[in-house]
Ligand binder design. Structure first.
Ligand code: CP
Length: 315
C-alpha cells in the first residue's frame, strides 16, 4: 500500500489486514508501562493540518512516536501558508526536507489525492472537505469488531448530517466492504442526492437504505453512529433549530432503550452534547466513544506500519 486516501478503493483483504495489525499492536502494548516500539526508527512523519483537530492529529503524533518515528506537526495557520504559499509548494518543501509520509487534513475535497500525485512521499488522508476520512472509518470498524465480533451481516445506522460528512462517506464504503448493512437516518435536507446508490459503488456492494424516523430504525440496529452537525460547512439553514434537530434525531435515554441489548453507540467526536446525544447516553457503558479514540492510536499505528515498514518485512 503506497497511500491511504479513501476507503472506497480499499479492498476487504487490505482493510482486514489493517484492522488485524491494529489489534495485534494493541495487544502487544497492553499492560506495558513504556509504549515504544522500534519499528519506524529513522522515519519522518509530517502532519500537515489546514483544519482544526484534536483526535486525529494527536493520535497520529502518538502513533508515530510510539513506533519511534520522528514526528513533525505543521498547522497551516502558523506556517508559510499564511504568506500565500500553495499546497503544492508546501508539499514539495516537506518532501525536500526528507518527510517519508505526509498526513494531511484539508478543507478541499480531493486535496490528499492531489498531494499524492505531486510528491514522492506516502500520503495519508486525515480528512478532506466532506469527501473522506479513512482512518476514522477504520477506527470505527475496529471498535465495532471489539464490541460485536464481526461486521458481516450487522446493521449500522448512521444518523445526522450525512450531506457534509466525510466520516459518513468513509464509513459507508468500509462498512459495506466488510459486509455490513448501512441505514441512514437524517433530515431530508442533510441527505445527498442519490445517496441510496453509494453502497453499490463497492465491488459486490449493495444499496444503503434511507429513512427519517430514528425511533423506527433503532430496534433493528446493531450499532448507531451519530454524526456531528457540521455548521462550519453549512451555507444556509438546513433545519429549523438545534432543539428541533435534537427532538427528531438526538439520541436520548428513551431512544437508547429502543436499541437491542448488544447494540453499540458511536460518535466520531467532537460531540454536540444535548443536541446530537444526551449527556447520560454519551457517558453510558453502551457508548464506545472513548474506545473509538483509544483504537484511533492503534489503527493509525497500523496504517503507518503498512505504509512505511510492512513492505520491508516481506521476503
Ligand atoms: N473525529 C475527528 O476527526 O476528530 P478531530 O476533528 O478532533 O480530529
Amino acid at each position: 500500500m503506497r497511500h491511504l486516501l479513501s476507503t472506497a478503493d480499499l479492498p476487504r483483504q487490505a482493510a482486514t489486514a489493517l484492522l488485524d495489525t491494529a489489534e495485534a499492536l494493541k495487544k502487544s502494548l497492553l499492560g506495558r508501562e513504556v509504549h515504544k516500539l522500534p519499528t519506524l526508527r529513522g522515519r519522518t512523519v509530517v502532519t500537515l493540518f489546514y483544519e482544526q483537530s484534536t483526535r486525529t492529529r494527536a493520535s497520529f503524533e502518538i502513533a508515530g512516536k510510539w513506533m519511534s518515528a520522528d514526528v513533525v506537526n505543521i498547522s497551516a495557520g502558523e506556517s508559510s501558508v499564511t504568506k500565500g504559499e500553495s499546497l503544492r509548494d508546501t508539499a514539495f518543501t516537506l518532501a525536500a526536507m526528507g518527510a517519508d509520509c505526509v498526513v494531511i487534513r484539508h478543507p478541499a475535497s480531493g486535496a490528499a489525492h492531489r498531494l499524492a500525485d505531486w510528491v514522492p512521499t506516502h500520503v495519508i488522508n486525515a480528512g478532506d472537505g466532506s469527501h473522506q476520512h479513512p482512518t476514522q472509518a477504520l477506527l470505527d470498524a475496529a471498535t465495532l469488531r471489539d464490541r460485536l465480533g464481526t461486521l458481516n451481516g450487522r446493521t449500522v445506522t448512521i444518523v445526522g448530517d450525512v450531506l457534509h460528512s466525510r466520516v459518513a462517506r468513509s464509513n459507508i464504503d468500509l462498512l459495506i466492504t466488510l459486509g455490513a448493512h448501512v441505514h441512514l437516518v437524517a433530515p431530508p435536507t442533510l441527505l445527498p442526492w442519490g445517496v441510496e446508490n453509494w453502497g453499490i459503488r463497492q465491488a459486490h456492494g449493495w444499496p444503503v437504505t434511507v429513512g427519517h424516523d430514528l425511533d423506527a430504525a433503532l430496534p433493528g440496529t446493531d450499532a448507531v453512529m451519530l454524526l456531528r452537525v457540521q455548521a462550519e460547512r453549512m451555507r444556509g439553514q438546513f433545519f429549523p433549530s438545534a432543539r428541533e434537530y435534537s427532538i427528531n434525531y438526538g439520541l436520548t435515554e428513551a431512544r437508547l432503550a429502543l436499541l437491542p441489548e448488544h447494540a453499540v453507540v458511536l460518535h466520531p467526536g467532537p460531540m454536540l452534547r444535548g443536541m446530537e446525544i444526551a449527556h447520560s447516553v454519551a457517558d453510558s457503558p453502551r457508548a464506545a466513544i472513548t474506545e473509538q479514540v483509544r483504537n484511533g492510536v492503534h489503527v493509525r499505528m497500523a496504517v503507518l506500519y503498512h505504509l512505511l515498514a510492512a513492505q520491508e518485512d516481506q521476503p
